[in-house]
Design a protein. Structure first.
Ligand code: AMP
Ligand code: GLY
Length: 421
């Protein structure tokens, strides 16, 4: 089988690593990939937003499956284009991908079908937004409606800050067209957890729970990032809680899709706040999380090809979906200056160490230049390990990390702290 993976991050490297384990797979292509993926696949230099070139390539090469990593090509409609040409592809179509592409689209579905979420209002006009903001109370959360690379969410403490935030989004257009509308919602308190489900529109399967670490510094301090590490499963998601999430979130969501004629096939990644009144949806993503994928795929025992094939054929309820009882952790090694101004172009050493089983290094921002691998992005590598306990997975991951180096590398030393310390 020939598999095309769209994307260039550690998530896509992990997808390639997992796909490669299926003996039916003979060739993997990454568009555009990175230095890590080039060691197990062929990189094709097409950006994820160039749908025309991706389609032209796929029509010529006829991959047996295309797996889409990031949200942007999904929201641009890559799945619709490939489906028209009868090219099997994994991910939601453009209409369904609005679940990530528009926070207001999602909020409307959640409210209509009684799925627990923060109380909110949506606005296009500043004066109406301000009236609602003042009534709601503080802290509150202001969100640009569209995709804003994880930056369109502001937590504000008072009305003055709210006014500033609303103006930035609606008037100054800090997030461009993503800020044509805003959502203002009540602040929810609790632990956050990520639950990924895979659906073929008729049924769904749940991957182990995970927890991401968004802040750059230990103890959840400093600036927000794309994620500095993750672990799975997250003990705060007990079996009882997961049952509640199935009954109150995923079951009604699948019913909602049917009623609204939304053909959702792919990943449903629920960002949840575990509040004292039960789990509530903060957001949905239409793809696998990054860095969550790097801990979830090592724990998936079933072939990913079996899963994507079953989603395409709508036979997900018929496959043997097996998840390992192990624990996994991944630690992001970032470039100096990340997340504000990452400095790139320095050589990385220690990537090739043999005999380290139950570990994997998934590349995020790397490049090969004249036999050397150098840094080429803010998040550079994700060092992953899996073991019988979270503590052992942590020890193994940090031990492997200690063998890798590049100038100015920084990483968090407390990944998994909510579960371990
Ligand atoms: P989102 O992109 O909607 O998931 O928001 C990004 C981050 O903002 C989340 O991971 C939370 O940490 C925080 N957040 C979003 N909505 C809320 C809320 N209603 N209450 C508290 N924190 C929130
Ligand atoms: N881990 C957060 C995300 O993938 O959006």
């Amino acid at each position: 089988m020939k598999i095309l993976i769209i994307g260039s991050g550690a998530r896509e490297h992990a997808i390639a690593w997992k796909v490669k384990q299926d003996p039916r797979v003979s060739q993997i292509y990454l568009a555009p990939g990175n230095a890590g993926t080039s060691s197990i696949a062929q990189n094709i230099p097409i950006p994820v937003t160039d749908l025309e070139s991706l389609l032209a390539w796929a029509k010529k090469e006829r991959p047996d499956f295309t797996i889409v990593g990031p949200e942007i090509p999904l929201c641009l409609g890559i799945v619709d284009l490939f489906e028209k040409e009868n090219l099997p592809i994994f991910g939601p179509n453009q209409q369904a991908a609005q679940l990530e592409g528009s926070k207001i689209f999602t909020k409307n579905i959640l409210v209509k079908y009684g799925i627990p979420t923060a109380l909110s209002g949506s606005f296009t006009e500043l004066d109406k937004a301000e009236i609602f903001s003042q009534k709601l109370g503080f802290p509150q959360v202001i969100k640009a409606d569209g995709l804003a690379a994880g930056k369109g969410v502001l937590i504000v403490q008072n009305f003055k800050q709210a006014q500033e935030g609303l103006r930035q989004i609606l008037v100054d257009r800090h997030f461009g067209a993503a800020g044509n509308s805003v959502l203002i919602e009540e602040f929810l308190d609790g632990q956050e957890a990520s639950i990924h489900a895979i659906t073929d529109g008729n049924s769904y399967r749940i991957l182990p729970s995970a927890q991401d670490h968004k802040r750059v510094g230990d103890g959840d301090t400093g600036l927000n990032t794309g994620g500095m590490g993750a672990y799975s499963p997250a003990p705060c998601v007990t079996p009882e809680l997961l049952e509640i999430v199935r009954k109150t979130v995923f079951d009604p969501l699948l019913i909602a899709f049917k009623k609204e004629n939304i053909d959702y096939r792919g990943v449903l990644y629920a960002g949840l706040m575990l509040t004292s009144k039960g789990p509530k949806v903060l957001e949905f993503n239409a793809r696998l999380g990054d860095p969550e994928t790097q801990v979830l795929l090592p724990l998936l025992e079933t072939s990913l090809i079996d899963v994507v094939e079953a989603v395409w054929k709508r036979t997900l309820d018929q496959i043997n979906f097996k998840v390992s009882p192990l624990h996994a952790m991944t630690i992001v090694m970032a470039a100096p200056g990340y997340p504000e101004n990452p400095i790139t172009g320095t050589e990385i050493s220690g990537l090739e160490v043999k005999g380290k089983s139950n570990t994997a290094i998934f590349h995020a921002g790397t490049k090969s230049i004249a036999e050397k691998i150098t840094t080429a992005g803010g998040r550079v590598l994700t060092i992953t390990a899996w073991a019988e306990s979270l503590q052992l997975a942590r020890d193994l991951a940090y031990e492997r990390l200690s063998l890798v180096s590049f100038e100015g590398a920084h990483f968090r030393r407390d990944i998994g702290h909510r579960a371990l310390f």
